[in-house]
Structure formats: C-alpha cells, structure tokens
Design a protein. Structure first.
Length: 320
C-alpha cells in the first residue's frame, strides 16, 4: 500500500514538472510562490520540480541535443526559459498591442474581434484569460468600426504581396465623389494612417509611361475604396527609371496620403514644437535655430501637408 502511495506521489510530481516545463517553453514567467498557491504543494516540492527541469535541460545541452536553459531573473523575481520554444508576447506587451489595434479603428468589428481573440489565445495562459479579458473588455466595448465596415485584411495582404513581388494590379477605384475609375497600378508601398490602409502606386498606362521619370509621382489609393482588384501575375514591373527614391524613401514623403509632385517645404517652427514637427515629417531636418524658433526643410509628395501646416497655427510660419 505504501509503495502504491509513493508511486502515485512520484507520478503527480512528474506531471507537475511537465506542466511547469510546458509553460516555461511557451514563454511564461513565474516565481515559486505563484506555483505553491496554484498547485497547493510545499515550496520545497516546487523547488524540486524546478531543479529537475534544470538538470534535464543542462544534460541535454551537454549531450549536444539542446539549446535551452532555465534561470532565475533576479530583477523580475521570476523563472524563465531562454530561449522559449515560442517567444510570445507577455501580458503587458499583448495589452499594448491590443490597445493600439483598438485605438487604430482600422478593422470592422468581426475582424477586430478575431485578431484580439487570436492574440489572447496565443499569448495569455488559459488560467489568466478570464482576468485578461475583463481588463480589455471595457476597451473593446467602446470600439467603433470604420464607416466602410468592410473586411480588408485579405485585401491588405494581397496588395502587400504585389508590392513585394513587384506585380501589376488591375483595380476599380471609387473616388470621393462616388465615380469608379479603372487603373492598372504598380504598387510600391502599403501604409496605414488615421483609420485607413493605403496603397502607394504608380499608374501604368501608355500615356503616363511616356512621361519623363523626373515628372512621375506616386498616386495614393485607400484600400477600402478598391471595389475590384486582380493581381496580374504575368506582369511584373521595375522601379528603375520611374523614381529616384527607394520604397522606404517614398514612404517618408507620403505622410498625408495625398498624391502629387515632389515638393520641398520650408518653415519656421517654435522650438517647443520642433520634436513633433520632425516626427510628423520623416524627411524634415533643422537648418538653423535661434532662442525661440527653428528653420526646417522637408520633402513631401502632394498638397496634403498644407492642411497640417495650417492646423499648427502660430507655432509654424511657412516660408514661400
């Protein structure tokens, strides 16, 4: 009878060690006190489990078959595995990402809920999900989907692949006035700004192809207004001769989601607002400064920047 009890105790301890290892492998962190309370065993029992896991991992490394190690992080007062099998977001990181997603108002209710649920299921331990959902439910209850209410995740990904593979895309595009126009576009970047995804592209046509490269500029299309699209897999394009800028440089100059010729802007900015101006305009740099204001230059495409400049009031003085 005593032998059976001993076997049962050993089996329970082994199962507990396996459970602890599985959580560590998933990227979870914890201290012994948490586990004592959860499993209802002594601190000594948990310490033996931890030591058992450490020995197995160390032996695996010595035999050339492993790469993980278990250690105690004194700064966080937790045990962790390095590297975990799946390096997932912790609770604070998952909350931050979900908060940004919800504040972006970029997806309809269905797509946003699916994204949030997947993040929670991937990153948050099952026993902690109820409490975590209680923390984010208030955020989600106040979520307002974009007016277009369309599913766009697949469209965004398909356009991103076209950007990556340099493939021409045929689209029907609904303008602000409701008219629909057809274009073959050469997409060079996909961007997100203030609730919407945009594809930055050059229009492909015989008429435009004859325009000199220095006069070509990208056009901005809002993804949710693309009513039809077809990736032309047999038609690839090259940016050579189209633009002197790389994709990253184009991104820096299309900050207001307006197309148009490349232009240089110059303005004086109060020193207290310089940081915000430089963040808003990635190509901006300070030419000179005095005690109260700085002289700034930047390059942008189109006239969208004019609205931002006017919105700054007395903080900015434009130099014509």
């Amino acid at each position: 009878m005593q032998q059976d009890e001993k076997s049962t105790t050993v089996k329970i301890a082994q199962e507990r060690a396996v459970e602890i290892y599985a959580r560590l492998a998933e990227g979870q962190r914890f201290n012994c006190s948490d586990l004592v309370e959860e499993f209802g065993v002594s601190l000594r029992s948990i310490q033996r489990n931890i030591e058992m896991i450490r020995k197995v991992l160390d032996k695996s490394i010595l035999n050339g078959g492993g790469w993980q190690s278990l250690y105690f992080d004194r700064a966080e007062n937790t045990y962790k595995m390095d590297p975990p099998i799946r390096n997932l977001l912790d609770k604070s990181e998952a909350f931050a990402v979900i908060k940004i997603l919800l504040e972006s108002r970029s997806f309809n209710n269905e797509e946003m809920k699916r994204l949030v649920d997947k993040l929670v299921n991937c990153c948050i331990a099952p026993q902690e999900r109820v409490d975590f959902y209680n923390q984010i439910n208030r955020e989600f209850a106040n979520y307002i989907q974009p007016r277009h209410s369309k599913r766009i995740i697949y469209d965004v990904w398909e356009l991103e692949e076209a950007v990556h593979k340099r493939k021409v895309v045929e689209i029907f595009y609904k303008r602000k006035d409701g008219t629909v126009v057809a274009h073959n576009i050469m997409p060079v970047a996909l961007m997100f700004s203030e609730f919407y995804f945009y594809v930055i592209a050059y229009i492909k046509s015989e008429k435009l192809d004859n325009i000199s490269a220095d006069k070509r500029f990208p056009t901005v299309f809002r993804v949710d207004r693309v009513t039809y699209k077809k990736v032309l897999h047999d038609q690839r394009f090259s940016l050579e001769g189209i633009s002197s800028f790389s994709e990253s440089e184009i991104r820096k100059r299309v900050q207001f989601m307006y197309g148009g010729p490349l232009r240089k802007i110059r303005f004086y900015c109060l020193n207290e607002s310089v940081e915000a101006a430089l963040d808003r305009l990635p190509t901006a740099y300070v030419v000179s400064k005095d005690d109260t204001r700085s002289f700034i230059e930047a390059e942008v495409y189109g006239d969208g920047v004019d609205m931002w400049l006017r919105s700054q009031g007395d903080r900015i003085e434009v130099v014509l």
